[in-house]
Design a protein. Structure first.
Length: 460
């Protein structure tokens, strides 16, 4: 089926951050869009207000009539949806064209030059930053992002003129193997998704294969020190990057007074006095990678410098919700031990000497089973840890796997509480001693952030 032949698109799992970008894309292309998601959220309500017809009960009778024409309806599903899902089974049994989100992204991007950002962590911020740099330049870009940009209040950017499409390349379920990148950044390869890959070696091999998909004439921008062994086609340029070394790097780094400034060094240019719009130390490396993509795509030094200063970050990526002398609250999507450690370390750097309380909702039984010692080690960098039950997403419970595994491994001296997601707002309401509070995880605890923000706002 060619995309031009479809008149309607049905999404099984419409509310995910990656899926919702496609919802918006097809609406922008004039297609009728409907779909299902398990939970109504601020994002799904936004999609409805933009024209999508969504429902939240697994029920075949709720599929609109105009999505029952198999010849002109494309069905897109997320791998988080179980194979037994009634609506997905209906479409499978009635001859519909059914594709994963990554397959559709692959179709879309084969008609453009894909600028892809892959990696265990850092890819959402880096890709959103790169999209902002290009969107603000004469080059422009399309973008399918894994987070909502604070600059544009959306995860989709469209351009009528640019040949480039920025994409967050997701390694879950080997989704990024559907892409044909023109250029790609790989930020990190710390083992994850072992429920899919089985071993760290298989996980690394998926990145090796991904690097072989970069088109001749394009480029790979690889973080220094990664365990992977890239396989690139003839004609693909390979660059390295890191904070202070590599083909692209930062020099003259200055941190203080709530600002971070540095010089960006590339093989053929130097942009002095870059100011980070979101002044976190981790964004130095993210910024170097994003600027490398923008530079290689033709953005000028002046355009890059101006856009870096105006970048406002990504929703749920070190996202400040409340700042006052008495209390700070932020939400961060970090759900891997390395990401959690980086988040807490960044807070230590920003708020030296103050008490850090982490509220963490583990994501997936398998990830908890595979990495609970590492989770405990990372969380122990905080002064206090409040743990909720595991968010299962696509998984069924695993016997013996619960948040207690992490709780019991926390280091001595770390104050700890084991609670439920439902009790978190009440727990916060009763506490008068909270200082720096960060809500971590990829689950649905973020839905309670507005309520928690208001509780702390009244106190502060």
């Amino acid at each position: 089926m060619k995309l031009n032949d479809i008149t309607s698109v049905y999404f099984v799992g419409a509310g995910g951050i990656g899926m919702s970008a496609l919802v918006r894309y097809f609406m922008a292309k004039g297609k009728q869009v409907a779909g299902y998601d398990r939970t109504a959220t601020e994002l799904t309500h936004a999609l409805e207000s933009e024209g999508a017809l969504l429902h939240y009960t697994e029920d075949v009778s709720l599929i609109p009539e105009w999505c029952r024409d198999a010849e002109h309806t494309l069905v897109i599903y997320t791998p988080a949806i179980p194979a037994s899902h009634a609506e997905l089974c209906y479409f499978q049994n009635h001859g519909f064209e059914i594709q994963k989100r990554a397959q559709v992204l692959g179709l879309i991007t084969r008609s453009s030059k894909g600028l892809c950002v892959a990696g265990t962590h850092g890819k959402t911020t880096t890709s959103t930053m790169a999209a902002h740099l290009l969107h603000q330049s004469h080059v422009e870009c399309n973008a399918f992002l894994g987070g909502v940009s604070n600059n544009y209040k959306t995860n989709l950017l469209l351009s009528e003129h640019s040949p480039y499409t920025v994409i967050e390349a997701d390694e879950f379920d080997r989704s990024f193997h559907w892409l044909s990148p023109w250029m790609s950044v790989i930020t990190a390869t710390d083992a994850d998704h072992l429920d899919i890959y089985g071993t760290e070696e298989a996980y690394l091999e998926s990145f090796n294969h991904y690097s072989s998909l970069i088109q001749p004439g394009g480029a790979l921008i690889l973080h220094e020190g990664l365990a992977m062994t890239p396989r690139v086609q003839p004609g693909v340029r390979v660059y390295s990057y890191a904070r202070t070394s590599g083909d692209f790097h930062a020099e003259n780094i200055r941190i203080g007074g709530g600002e971070i400034r540095f010089d960006f060094v590339a093989p053929d240019t130097r942009i002095c006095d870059i100011q980070l719009g979101v002044p976190l130390s981790v964004n130095i490396e993210n910024g170097v990678a994003a600027m490398a993509l923008a530079h290689l795509s033709g953005a000028t030094d002046e355009e890059i410098k101006a856009a870096m200063a105006s970048f406002q970050g990504v929703v749920r990526r070190f996202d400040f919700k409340l700042k006052s002398p008495r209390c700070v609250l932020l939400s961060d999507y970090a759900h891997h031990p390395a990401e959690i450690a980086q988040s807490i370390k960044s807070l230590r750097e920003l708020y030296e000497g103050r008490k850090i309380t982490v509220i963490f909702q583990p994501h997936l039984y398998t990830r908890t089973r595979d990495f609970y010692p590492e989770f405990a080690e990372s969380l122990s960098l905080a002064d206090e840890v409040i743990l909720t039950e595991i968010y299962p997403a696509r998984e069924l419970p695993i016997e013996g796997v619960s948040s207690n595994l992490i709780y019991d491994q926390l280091k001595p001296g770390v104050k700890r509480t084991l609670t439920t997601k439902a009790e978190v707002p009440n727990l916060i309401r009763k506490r008068e001693d909270l200082d720096i509070v960060v809500i971590l995880g990829a689950g649905d605890l973020d839905n309670d952030v507005p309520q928690i923000t208001e509780i702390l706002r009244q106190r502060c």
